[in-house]
Design a protein around this ligand. Structure first.
Ligand SMILES: [Zn+2]
Length: 395
C-alpha cells in the first residue's frame, strides 16, 4: 500500500517558529497522530452544542479563521460550546486524528471574534504540538513536579504563539489575555496591557519561598505571557507567516523570552530546587560525621555546582545533636523522609542526577549504605507519586 502523507507534517513545518523551549515538533514520537479510536470525538455531539455556522455563527467564524491561518483542514477540527459562565477553553488532548476543542459560553459572551480566534489558535496548538510525552503528569492532569511544570510553562508560551498566528494581531491577543486574567468583558476592562504589566511586575518579590504553589503551575503568569507574545510579534518568522517583511532574528526573540521567564517565576523555582538539594547534601555530610566518625568534605564535591559548606555541615550536625540520643535515629529517618517527599514534587530529575554522582564518592564509607537506601526509597516514592498515590515515605 502506498504511504499516505500525514497532512499535519506540512502544517508543522510551516509553524516551526511557534515552538519554544523543549517543546518542538522534532521530539514527538512517530505515532503521535495515530488515533486510538477514529470516532472518539463523536460522543461530544450528544452532550454539547457543536460549533457550526448555522448554530453559533460568530464562534464558527472564529474557529474557521484559526484553522485557515494555521493551515489546518477544518473538517478534522470539531468544536463544542461548554455551558459554563467561567472564561475558559480546552483542547481534548487524548483524542488524536481529530482535533477537539471546547470553549465556554462565558468566553463566547465576552470575547470578540478575533479574540476567540486567538484562543482557538492556542488550543489547536495543543493538538498540533502534543506534549504528553515531554513531561510527567499526575492522573488528575496537573504537572507531576516543579521540573515538569517548568516544561509546561514553556509549552504554554508556544501555544500562545499559535494563537497569535491565528488572530494575527498582538493587540487582540493581549486584550484576550487581559479578559482571560480578569474574567471581564469589554464593557469593564480596557486593553491597556502596559499598565497591567507594570503593576504585575511589582508582585515578583525576592523571597523565593513564597513561590512554592506557583512553582507547580502549568501556565506562566499572564504578565509573562503578554511580554512573550509582544516579543514573538516582532520576530522575522512571525512577520513572515503573516506576509510581512523585517523583524528581529528568531534566536534573539527566544533568548529575550527565556530571560523574561528567568526574571519572574523560573529563577525562584531554581532556588526552591537548589535549596532542597543543598539541605539534603549537608544532611548527608552531617550523617557521615555520625556514622563514620568524621565528615570528609572532599567526598561531597559533586559535579561543578555542589560542594559541602563546613558551616552548613556543622549546623546540620548541631540540629541532629540537639535531639535526645534515644530519638536521634527516628529524627534522621524523618528528615530523610521529608527530603524524599520534597524531591518527588520539586526536582526528581535533579535528585536522581545528584545521587548518581554522589554515590561513587562514598565508596568505602559506612554512609554509602544509608545513601543507597535513600536512593531506593526515593525511586519507589517517585513511582508512587506519578501514579497518583500519596507518598508516605518512612525512608
Ligand atoms: Zn494551553
Amino acid at each position: 500500500m502506498p504511504r499516505v502523507a500525514n497532512p499535519l507534517t506540512k502544517v508543522r513545518n510551516r509553524l516551526e517558529a511557534c515552538c519554544f523551549g523543549q517543546a518542538n515538533f522534532k521530539n514527538l514520537p512517530k505515532d503521535k497522530d495515530k488515533p486510538s479510536d477514529p470516532d472518539e470525538h463523536l460522543n461530544f455531539y450528544r452532550s454539547h452544542v457543536p460549533i457550526q455556522r448555522e448554530i453559533v455563527p460568530r464562534v464558527d467564524e472564529a474557529l474557521d479563521l484559526a484553522c485557515e491561518r494555521l493551515g489546518l483542514d477544518r473538517t478534522m477540527v470539531h468544536g463544542f460550546i461548554i455551558k459554563d459562565p467561567a472564561v475558559a477553553a480546552w483542547c481534548v488532548s487524548n483524542i488524536r486524528g481529530n482535533a477537539v476543542v471546547q470553549i465556554s459560553s462565558g468566553m463566547v459572551e465576552r470575547f470578540t471574534t478575533l479574540e476567540m480566534a486567538f484562543v482557538f489558535g492556542h488550543e489547536l496548538g495543543h493538538f498540533l504540538l502534543p506534549t504528553r510525552w515531554l513531561c510527567n503528569r499526575l492522573p488528575n492532569g496537573t504537572p507531576a513536579s516543579m521540573e515538569d511544570a517548568a516544561v509546561y510553562r514553556q509549552i504554554e508560551i508556544s501555544m500562545d504563539r499559535f494563537g497569535l498566528v491565528a488572530c494575527q494581531d498582538v493587540k487582540v491577543a493581549a486584550s484576550a489575555c487581559l479578559k482571560l486574567e480578569s474574567g471581564l468583558g469589554a464593557e469593564n476592562v480596557t486593553d491597556d496591557v502596559a499598565s497591567f504589566c507594570q503593576l504585575a511586575r511589582q508582585g515578583f518579590v525576592e523571597d523565593f519561598t513564597e513561590y512554592v504553589a506557583e512553582a507547580g503551575m502549568a501556565h506562566p503568569s499572564m504578565f509573562t505571557r503578554i511580554q512573550a507574545l509582544q516579543n514573538f510579534a516582532e520576530s522575522e518568522e512571525y512577520l513572515g507567516l503573516i506576509g510581512q517583511k523585517g523583524g528581529r532574528p528568531h534566536a534573539e526573540v527566544d533568548a529575550a523570552v527565556a530571560g523574561q521567564l528567568q526574571e519572574t517565576i523560573e529563577r525562584f523555582v531554581l532556588r526552591l530546587m537548589g535549596q532542597l538539594l543543598m539541605e539534603t547534601h549537608h544532611h548527608f555530610a552531617a550523617m557521615q560525621a555520625l556514622v563514620d566518625g568524621q565528615c570528609e568534605v572532599q567526598r561531597f564535591v559533586v559535579g561543578e555546582m555542589i560542594s559541602a559548606d563546613v558551616d552548613l555541615v556543622k549546623s546540620a550536625l548541631s540540629d541532629i545533636s540537639q535531639v535526645p540520643e534515644a530519638s536521634r535515629e527516628n529524627y534522621i529517618k524523618q528528615r530523610l523522609a521529608f527530603f524524599i517527599r520534597q524531591a518527588v514534587v520539586r526536582c526528581p530529575n535533579q535528585m536522581e542526577i545528584y545521587l548518581t554522582k554522589l554515590l561513587p564518592n562514598l565508596e568505602g564509607t559506612k554512609l554509602k549504605a544509608h545513601v543507597e537506601g535513600f536512593s531506593e526509597d526515593f525511586r519507589s516514592a517517585l513511582v508512587k507519586h506519578r501514579s497518583g498515590e500519596a507518598v508516605i515515605s518512612n525512608a
